[in-house]
Design a protein around this ligand. Structure first.
Ligand SMILES: [Zn+2]
Length: 454
């Protein structure tokens, strides 16, 4: 955007910069910020009953619950119901009107939602139906607000209640990987006196399971501590189908003891280990960037471009984690009937204790107003200790670095094949049975090498 604006300066006399977009998240949306700085024009239409001129708001679209076909718009002036068939005449009689004064004279902004769709396109009943369908899912509601209403989604960064998470814990063999977990990543948080490591398994749709929680006492000044960490790189965790998995990607926070982390990562190799650095703020093109080549000091010697470093937009992954944690789940009956968990579901084991759960929910996203009057989102700590959340964010970044956000269907299917996991859509046809049967008759121990992840 800045580049486009700079280029238009060449034609200073008649320059025009045109920005158009669907907004995303409140406080982060660029187009919303630009719109708020404009004269905020909205299309005003007259009520067919009382003539009151108004712009259309979703709140005034009403229908009987569960019956979107009864949707009608209610006039702001007389509250009478306006049927869809009035729309054509209303649109024809409408006009754009500014609803604010722009910060820079000459900046005009236009907002139009799907409520204005011409008859025969996206009608009010279809909008009502879409809203009913989205209920219960943050993800779907957010898409509805963004694409149908053209409004930002207010990210509820409220920390999930740790007790509620405790109630939802699931029992599976400690230290093992449930069937749908297809690869492992680890996130390590380096503290003064210890290193904490959480191992997460990831499946399709980034469904995840906490597999292990390891606290290495001693801290970065202690060589034994680093040796224990090195041992973790070759350690394996048993998968429910009999294979053994190593950690595909190991992300370690380099913020606290940068040179020790670089030195260790260089020693064990960057194929498996990714030193990461957390960055604030949401407005980033990608949640993870890198690697960048950074100088490292090893044994008192400075090595130019001796280490690799990935930058992680921690805010983005924290918001995602909390969104995933808040998601509705199928009931036990629905699960028995074959229902699957929604993408992103976070599975916590019965051994996850109160302290760990409190750490995972230790932060809150709050909206703060900046000096220029724009709102900004910021994560604030509710509790001093938040290692579980940090480790989760780094492990999530490791999954991103492994490429899981961009894998094709074939790649996931390949992972399932390697582990002998029956594919959800093939269980009925029997096609998925072959590798599974093989796994049973020949329970030979095979370790999935991390190099597979590239
Ligand atoms: Zn009216």
């Amino acid at each position: 955007m800045t580049l486009a604006e700079a280029r238009s300066l060449t034609f200073a006399h008649r320059r025009k910069v045109f920005l158009v977009s669907t907004p995303t998240i409140r406080g982060l949306s660029r187009i919303e910020r630009e719109f708020e700085a404009s004269d905020q024009r909205r299309y005003h239409v007259p009520c067919p009953h009382c003539g009151h001129v108004q712009w259309l708001k979703f709140e005034r679209l009403r229908w009987d619950k569960g019956q979107p076909d009864t949707a009608e718009y209610h006039c702001e002036g007389c509250d009478a119901a306006i049927a869809e068939h009035h729309k054509t005449a209303m649109l024809a009689a409408g006009e754009w009107r500014a609803t604010a004064e722009s910060e820079d004279p000459g900046t005009v902004g236009y907002h139009l939602s799907a409520l204005y769709s011409p008859v025969g396109w996206l009608g009010w009943t279809r909008i009502a139906r879409a809203h009913e369908a989205a209920r219960g899912s943050d993800e779907a509601l957010r898409a509805f607000r963004n694409t149908v209403l053209g409004e930002t989604w207010m990210e509820t960064g409220e920390a999930p209640d740790w007790q509620r998470l405790a109630d939802r814990r699931e029992a599976w063999a400690p230290g093992t990987v449930p069937e749908k977990g297809l690869f492992l990543t680890a996130g390590a948080d380096v503290q003064k006196d210890r290193i904490e490591v959480d191992v997460w398994a990831w499946g399709r749709g980034l469904e995840s399971w906490l597999v292990d929680h390891i606290v290495i006492e001693g801290g970065p000044g202690d060589p034994d501590c680093w040796q224990t960490l090195t041992d973790l790189l070759v350690r394996t965790w048993a998968h429910e189908r009999g294979q053994h998995l190593t950690i595909a990607r190991f992300a370690i926070d380099s913020g606290f003891e940068t040179s020790a982390v670089y030195a260790w990562a260089r020693q064990v190799g960057f194929a498996q280990v990714a030193p990461v650095k957390g960055l604030e703020g949401f407005n980033r093109a990608s949640p993870v960037t890198g690697p960048t080549y950074v100088d490292a000091t090893i044994g008192g010697k400075r090595l130019r471009r001796g280490a690799r470093l990935w930058s992680v937009a921690t805010s983005t992954f924290k918001a995602e984690t909390y969104r995933f944690l808040r998601q509705d789940r199928p009931t036990p009956e629905e699960i028995t009937a074959g229902a699957s968990f929604p993408p992103g579901t976070v599975h916590l084991p019965s051994w996850a204790d109160a302290e760990w759960l409190k750490q995972l929910t230790a932060e809150q996203l709050v909206t703060v107003k900046s000096r220029r009057g724009f709102t900004k989102l910021e994560w604030q700590k509710l509790r001093e200790r938040n290692e579980a959340l940090d480790c989760r964010v780094y492990a999530r970044a490791a999954a991103w670095i492994a490429g899981a956000d961009r894998w094709s269907e074939a790649r996931w299917a390949d992972l399932e094949d390697q582990l002998g996991v029956a594919k959800a859509n093939e269980t009925d046809t029997g096609q998925g049975a072959a590798p599974r049967a093989q796994g049973r008759t020949a329970p030979r121990r095979r370790t999935m090498r991390s190099s597979y992840m590239g």
